[in-house]
Design a protein around this ligand. Structure first.
Ligand code: NDP
Ligand code: GDR
Length: 353
């Protein structure tokens, strides 16, 4: 029997978790994902990857748990014994972190420490990836790289900074192979609908189809370095394959304003953005991050990682996917998948039907 690598992913139901699960399965890994119990299904992004665990050859397994429950994390890691742990779970919305600062601190911040501590208590010698963020740079002007001083501007950014430092501390204190991927904004057709890019491209598709007539937005002057999530996942994996643990920025090195993303998205379907976009102050943040533009030279040099899709190409790619999604009940990424029997198979496997 060939040696099979085992990975554990928190946040597997999110944008990045779903791409990472796909990549690791393609590479032959056995993949275990942490999912939260919810009153509605939250697994749409990974439905197409699921096979019944009773089937021979199944390599994706889902487990209930939460980053707020440290004992559960110890139990799971002791049972699964992964070689690689990817901590992608978080309350990941910056605007929402101002509404729920305590919850954000508990999951996005302390949750990472719970997972690191669970790795330690379970006695694992695994490799650990922490999903750190360009939001940690906050008010420090671009370009930002691994040596740029941090200045977070939100409870989310501050919580991510705690996770960043605790990851570094476990590396130094316990000799753990623990790394921070400091990722700039990365998007895709699987992006959550309330992040600015997906909010725009989804609205463009609906406006073009006559299903929506206005789009309410906040600060259009913010500059972001938007890359394609599927490419960033490859960079995460490469960080855990390196000889030595280290921290890396992943970015395209090019920034665009929200306004430029709007212009490109609307003009891609032959519309003028300012005919539809309206201002709503509810989408402003108490403190804004004006400009994030990364410098990913280190990842290019040491990991051989280079992104190929820039922010405006991404806008077109996402508009095309959302136009397509309207014809596929809002699920562009599961085009080839049969949904009918999946839910009942998954529930049976989790013992909840
Ligand atoms: P998403 O918001 O799409 O996914 C977040 C994931 O975390 C979901 O699976 C969610 O579960 C899970 N989650 C939330 N709270 C908990 C909790 N308390 N316990 C267990 N799981 C939880 O984020 P992305 O995929 O976009 O991002 C992945 C990670 O990378 C996040 O940590 C994010 O902060 C970070 N990041 C993202 C960047 C980006 O541009 N996308 C850039 C830099 C960092 P559920 O589906 O049940 O809600
Ligand atoms: P961000 O992403 O805060 O950078 O965090 P988001 O897409 O939410 O905002 C980007 C910029 O767009 C401006 N903006 C709006 N944003 C939203 N969501 N909705 C609007 O209507 C709107 N109008 C203008 C924002 O003010 C902001 O300047 C993302 C998340 O994925 C984090 O988890 C991750 O860590 C960082 O990227 C890097």
């Amino acid at each position: 029997m060939p040696f099979k690598k085992v990975a554990f992913i928190t946040g597997i139901t999110g944008q990045d978790g779903s791409y990472l699960a796909e990549l690791l399965l393609q590479k032959g890994y056995e993949v275990h994902g942490l999912i939260r119990r919810a009153s509605t299904f939250n697994t749409a992004r990974i439905d197409h990857l699921y096979t019944d665990p009773h089937d021979i050859g199944t390599r994706l397994f889902l487990h209930y748990g939460d980053l707020s429950d440290g004992a559960r994390l110890v139990t799971l890691l002791s049972e699964i014994k992964p070689q690689e742990v990817y901590n992608l779970a978080a309350q990941s919305h910056v605007r929402v972190s101002f509404d729920e600062p305590e919850h954000t601190g508990d999951t996005t911040g302390v949750g990472s420490m719970r997972l690191l501590e669970a790795v330690r208590l379970a006695g694992l010698h695994c490799r650990f990836y922490q999903a750190s963020s360009s939001e940690m740079f906050g008010a420090t002007p671009p370009p930002q790289d691994e040596n740029t001083p941090f200045y977070p501007r939100s409870p989310y950014g501050a919580a991510k900074l705690y996770s960043y430092w605790v990851t570094k501390n476990y590396r130094e204190a316990y000799g753990m192979y623990a790394v921070n991927g400091i990722l700039f904004n990365h998007e895709s057709p699987r992006r959550g609908e309330t992040f600015v890019t997906r909010k725009i491209t989804r609205a463009v598709a609906r406006i073009a189809a006559g299903q929506q007539h206005e789009l309410f937005m906040g600060n259009l002057d913010a500059i972001r370095d938007w890359g394609y999530a599927a490419e960033y996942i490859e960079g995460m994996w490469r960080m855990l394959q390196a000889d030595q643990p280290d921290d890396y920025v992943l970015a395209t090195n090019v920034g665009y304003t929200v306004r430029e993303f709007l212009e490109t998205s609307f003009s891609h379907v032959g519309l003028k953005w300012d005919d539809y976009v309206r201002f709503d102050e509810r989408y402003l943040r108490p403190t804004e991050v004006d400009a994030l533009i990364g410098d990913a030279t280190k990842a290019k040099t040491e990991l051989g990682w280079t992104p190929t899709v820039d922010g405006l190409q991404l806008a077109k790619l996402m508009v095309d996917a959302d136009v397509e999604a309207l014809a596929h009940e809002g699920r562009p990424w599961i085009d080839t998948v049969k949904l009918d029997s999946w839910t009942s198979k998954k529930n049976a496997a989790l013992g909840v039907d």
